[in-house]
Design a binder for this molecule. Structure first.
Ligand SMILES: Nc1nc2c(ncn2[C@@H]2O[C@H](COP(=O)(O)OP(=O)(O)OP(=O)(O)O)[C@@H](O)[C@H]2O)c(=O)[nH]1
Ligand SMILES: [Mg+2]
Length: 478
């Protein structure tokens, strides 16, 4: 239907309604007039958009949007950018990250304590498995009594001695201004930014922390606070808990892979649970804080192409978004003036499900999202960069014998190894981009582990050069 054809709900319906006695010739002429008007209107919109983009480019300003599902690595990529190109702000915030790392540690310990309590009380309902939950529950029932017996007075003592950590968790949350939001909020869900809200999800039981903006939340602090003192006091017990064989067995049984999960620092307690601890660059990059809403960060990036020398800097406005399905509708208003999208697909997630809707496989969700971003007319001229991320975790997962083809049958009998798997996914995503893009374009694809700051620095340099070169050409600044 043409945009000018009125519907009954249209306030101008009576005025715009085609005459009742319209002849076929009149109708053809009217439809042509409407189509012409629509074309002119589209052209005007297009001109306005181009002018705005041109103005921004002549001001040397670029807008870059980081997109991808929750936990795909958007904020981690942003941290790498800031570490490279906003070093002063990065240093200023460093002391504030201590609280986030502490909170990550406490979350891991509390998760272990909850699992231990559930095992002791013979509660089989708390199961973290993704793929074959029912089987896990059944296996758990069989081994239920022996699992409870594996825990002794030593474990009961640990439960009591580590109880103060719950108070520290509350303190840190208050200090960070963090909220705890279940991953299954009641807000409507949309698989893509363009979708109507879908049916109610079946959620996972986990809770995660978020702050509206980490720069507001992370107040530099040099004082020795009570959370540090409690962590120091609890350090030996935390290490004993983490090293305990019965605990490790219980985690295995429930398929909880803490060492591969977000914000894992339990192997670094000697270094972190101390008076003098300062977060390293790696700690900051690995610390997990969920993003809610949309956050803007400015970078000043030298283009490195100036023959005149001196200041030849661009302002890159980076937008980091919350990736959970309840937050995707909020992305849409930012599409209009976006020059570049960096899309993160966590390739290790092929056997996992979304926290916010456990019916949905993560890789399928990511593919669907990529397809919708590529197909968007609004983003037809936007430069696309794809990160096939979390390659380190993919490698570990494949080594453990988890088969991609179980979750992605089209992979068939290709080797279950990291290089062919990444190659296959790269081709798949490239093909989607080619087929779906409204206009021909090239998407740059990188295989990444964005927690590896050295390798990521090289990727970011390459992106800087490519993005600037392309924009210098399109804005005639060379
Ligand atoms: N091992 C590994 N961990 C990663 C990688 N990329 C991100 N992570 C970790 O995964 C967790 C989630 O990353 P974030 O960058 O917070 O994810 P996000 O996309 O911003 O998630 P939302 O804010 O919820 O949308 C963090 O703890 C990261 O340290 C990676 O390549 N390898
Ligand atoms: Mg984030």
């Amino acid at each position: 239907m043409s945009a000018f054809t009125p519907t009954e709900n249209d306030p101008f319906y009576e005025i715009m309604r085609p005459p009742a006695d319209e002849t076929p010739a009149q109708m053809t002429a009217r439809l042509k007039r409407e189509a012409d008007a629509q074309r002119i209107s589209d052209n005007i919109d297009e001109d306005i958009k181009r002018d705005r983009a041109q103005q921004r480019k002549s001001r040397k300003e670029l807008r870059i949007l980081l997109l991808g599902q929750g936990e795909s690595g958007k904020s981690t990529t942003l941290k790498n950018f800031r570490m490279q190109y906003a070093r002063e702000a990065w240093e200023q915030e460093r002391s504030g990250w201590r609280a986030v790392v502490q909170l990550n540690i406490i979350r891991s310990i509390i998760l272990i304590l909850e699992i231990m309590e559930a095992e002791m009380s013979g509660n089989p309902t708390f199961v973290e498995g993704d793929d074959d939950e029912i089987e896990v529950v059944n296996r758990y029932r069989d081994s239920n009594s022996s699992a409870a017996e594996a825990f002794t007075d030593k474990h009961r003592m640990l439960l009591i001695r580590l109880a103060p950590l719950r108070g520290v968790e509350a303190d840190l949350k208050r200090r960070l201004g963090a909220g705890a939001e279940p991953s299954h909020p009641s807000a409507p869900m949309a698989a893509t930014p363009f979708d109507e809200p879908g049916p109610l999800p079946s959620p996972k039981r986990t809770q995660e922390f978020f702050v509206r903006s980490w720069t507001e939340a992370i107040e530099p602090t040099t004082n020795l606070d009570s959370s540090t003192i409690t962590l120091m006091t609890c350090k030996d017990d935390m290490q004993a808990l983490w090293a305990d064989a019965a605990v490790q067995l219980a985690l295995d049984r429930r398929k909880v892979r803490l060492a591969d999960s977000a914000g894992f620092f339990l192997n670094d307690l000697d270094r972190i649970a101390t008076r003098a601890y300062t977060a390293t660059d790696d700690d900051i990059v690995r610390a997990r804080l969920r993003t809610v809403g949309i956050q803007e960060y400015l970078l000043r990036i030298g283009d490195g192409f100036s023959l005149r020398g001196g200041d030849n800097y661009w302002t890159w406005k980076l937008y980091d978004v919350g990736g959970c399905r309840t937050m995707r509708a909020a992305w849409l208003p930012f599409f209009e003036n976006t020059d570049v999208i960096i899309f993160l697909c966590p390739v290790s997630c092929f056997d996992e499900r979304l926290d916010e809707d456990t019916r949905v496989n993560r890789l399928e969700d990511s593919t669907l999202l990529w397809r919708s971003i590529c197909a968007s007319k609004l983003l037809a001229k936007t430069q696309l960069i794809l990160f096939l991320n979390k390659c380190d975790l993919l490698k570990r997962k494949l080594k453990r014998g988890i088969k991609l083809k179980t979750f992605l049958p089209s992979y068939a009998d290709r080797p279950n190894e990291v290089i062919p798997v990444v190659k296959y996914l790269r081709e798949k995503y490239k093909e989607i981009q080619k087929q779906q893009s409204p206009e021909p374009r090239v998407a740059y694809i990188y295989t990444t582990t964005v927690t590896d700051t050295t390798a990521t620095a090289k990727t970011l340099h390459s992106i800087r050069d490519r993005v600037l070169r392309e924009n210098l050409v399109t804005s005639n600044l060379v």
